[in-house]
Design a protein around this ligand. Structure first.
Ligand SMILES: [Zn+2]
Length: 265
């Protein structure tokens, strides 16, 4: 095929150059270079490695969306539209300072490719539906579900004192919260089965209400109506702690049983 440099082609090229050079960093990353960035591993968290060295300010260079927890396991993290929310064990929601640190979190730039309108969905139904919507169970998907919920049940975790116990001991007495008729947003991830030991295989979602008074790690919900956005991601970056307890923790064991108890959903 021949290509001729006609005036029309030159004009088109100039237009495309100007168009793409005008795109923001986030848009380019959203379409071409999306990466799931993860701090530490789920098995380290299960073993009680509750202190990390990464600040929230640092995380903002890796995305605008994500979930995780805070040093000393001081509540559930939800990172949404570039704002960090800390749902503490008292059930209240705080906006943590940028120098707050995280021992475990999963961050990305959220740039959904597709969205769906959903009615009357439970957590189980959502999982089954996303299973049928995604191109492959072997990729990462960032998930956002915004809407009106008839019911949401969450949990959080209270801050721990050293020596830290295993996570499964903390969640055995976890504070749980329930709310009826609430508008809000679920954020989280589907991770492929081969992340065992590193992240949570399958679904992991956190919730925040629109009025920012209710949230946490999602255990159950009943959606009335809402919009589901899915973002397929094929790049994964793991950032391990270079110091602290992580270096001395035995990560040989298969902790899948502990993880199932801890996730509770
Ligand atoms: Zn969680």
């Amino acid at each position: 095929m021949k290509y001729y440099f006609t005036l029309q082609n030159i004009c088109l090229s100039l237009f495309l150059f100007l168009f793409f050079s005008g795109c923001s960093k986030e848009e380019v990353q959203g379409t071409n270079e999306q990466i799931v960035v993860q701090i530490s591993t789920i098995d380290a968290l299960l073993q009680g490695v509750f202190d990390g060295e990464t600040t929230l300010n640092k995380l903002t260079s890796s995305g605008d969306f994500g979930i995780g927890t805070f040093n000393s396991l001081d509540g559930e993290m939800l990172f949404y539209n570039g704002t960090f929310y800390q749902i503490k064990g008292d059930g209240k929601i705080y906006k943590p300072a940028g120098d707050t640190k995280t021992p475990f979190s999963t961050i990305t730039y959220f740039a959904p490719e597709v969205n769906y309108n959903l009615n009357s969905f439970s957590y189980e139904e959502l999982k089954n539906t996303i299973d049928t919507l995604i191109a492959s169970p072997n990729l990462f998907y960032a998930i956002r579900l915004q809407g009106n919920f008839n019911y949401v049940k969450t949990r959080s975790v209270p801050a721990q004192q050293k020596p830290y116990p295993p996570l499964v001991e903390v969640t055995a007495n976890q504070p749980e919260f329930e709310i009826q008729s609430v508008s809000g947003t679920l954020c989280g991830y589907y991770c492929p089965p081969f992340v065992t030991g590193i992240n949570v295989p399958g679904y992991h979602l956190h919730f925040i209400s629109e009025d920012e008074t209710f949230g946490g790690h999602v255990l159950e919900f009943e959606l009335d109506e809402g919009t589901l956005d899915l973002d397929q991601i094929t790049n994964f970056k793991l950032i391990l702690p270079g110091e602290g307890e992580f270096l001395n923790t035995d990560l040989n064991a298969d902790l899948s049983g502990d993880l199932e108890e801890v996730e509770g959903s």
